[in-house]
Design a protein around this ligand. Sequence first.
Ligand code: NAD
Length: 436
Amino acid sequence: MSSALASTNAKSTHALPSYLNAVDLGPWGIYLQQVERVTPYLGSLSRWVETLKRPKRSLVVDVPIELDNGTMAHFEGYRVQHNTSRGPGKGGVRFHQDVTLSEVMALSAWMSVKNAAVNLPFGGAKGGIRVDPKTLSRGELERLTRRYTSEIGIIIGPTKDIPAPDVNTNEQIMAWMMDTYSMNEGATVSGVVTGKPIALGGSLGRREATGRGVFTVGQEAAQHIGLDITKARIAVQGFGNVGGIAAKLFALVGATVIAVQDHSGTVYKSSGLDVYTLLKHVNEHGSVKGFAPAQTLPDSQFWGVDCDILIPAALEQQITAANANQIKARMVIEGANGPTTPEADDILHERGILVVPDVIANAGGVTVSYFEWVQDFSSFFWSEDEINARLVRIMREAFAAIWQVADEHRVSLRTATFIVACSRILQARELRGLYP
Ligand code: NAD
């Protein structure tokens, strides 16, 4: 157990819940350290901080399905509602063989922080099934999704907790979840999940929302550090939904995307990659590999590329103590969730490299999920221009509030985001009081 975690336990008014194995807290342990770091800035609200250190509700379910060969298989499913002081739980569902309760708890807590940071009227939640979906047929995947939805149906709902897509889940899975919940309710309840197909009440602009949010906070941060975005040189890891869209938006305003890394390798061109042609290449070939107009770089050299803005938009724990010293960028915008380890975060901070943290940088996706939920409730759908304009306004306001706190307390943007978000959550907690 880390010393920060030990001190968390020692200072707690109450012991951790018994189902939390103190020696194997994993991502939840990292989250607890982050809460510990902001506690001194919470003033009188810190008397409520204990509520952030334990999820409100954790449901572990058995998900049995019949496989195509007639045998039964059992999978472990989770839905954790970390905090609902500011509104219903909100957060994705992940299908992955390595999903654990600790991971789902941490992801649900980070959703509480993200939703409060952009001031959405949501708490934080997350779900998952410990399964490798690539090993299942389409029919098995549908049965798994439907049984899981039925099992967690006792705690989700459009005013209680609204799931969305995450790793290995998509629009089709959201359609099955919406249909299963609706069948059990006896009425179509489109607002029970977001990230649905447009034909079922999904929102225009949802697909591009996270990349657009990354671009918007990048523009704002650049202004603060005196970086001319139209002349900026950019390196992007991950060229999928988040990285591809963000790169396109930066290129549109004249920035030069010089390096892109994906699972297949790294392409580089010092005078600038043609982002549109590269997107077309990835569409046709599935990766950046073989993109002829560019030079191929060894993957390890990606982090040391001479650029102004570095956008990790692929996986967790990519910027580590091993490569943080190579980074030449003036700022890092975290499109991915958790791409920077706590040690690397400290190194970048000491080196004066601005890190725009995931809990604000990639909040564009959940913001448009919020718009989807609002549109479903009112059964009135907005134009894409309206959606994009509202998204940009929310992201700009959130960033400005966080920047001000960072400036005032001389802390990193990550700590500032936690201060803003945790204060909002605990203020709601205090105003509501304890029942009974
Ligand atoms: P995606 O599947 O569309 O794209 C992922 C990209 O990462 C692909 O280009 C892939 O080739 C690349 N990649 C995979 N393994 C890699 C490796 N080992 N090295 C380098 N690149 C690798 O996924 P996405 O939706 O763009 O999500 C990316 C990240 O953003 C994830 O951390 C996700 O949790 C986070 N995120 C996504 C959204 C969203 O709305 N899509 C919202 C918030 C956060």
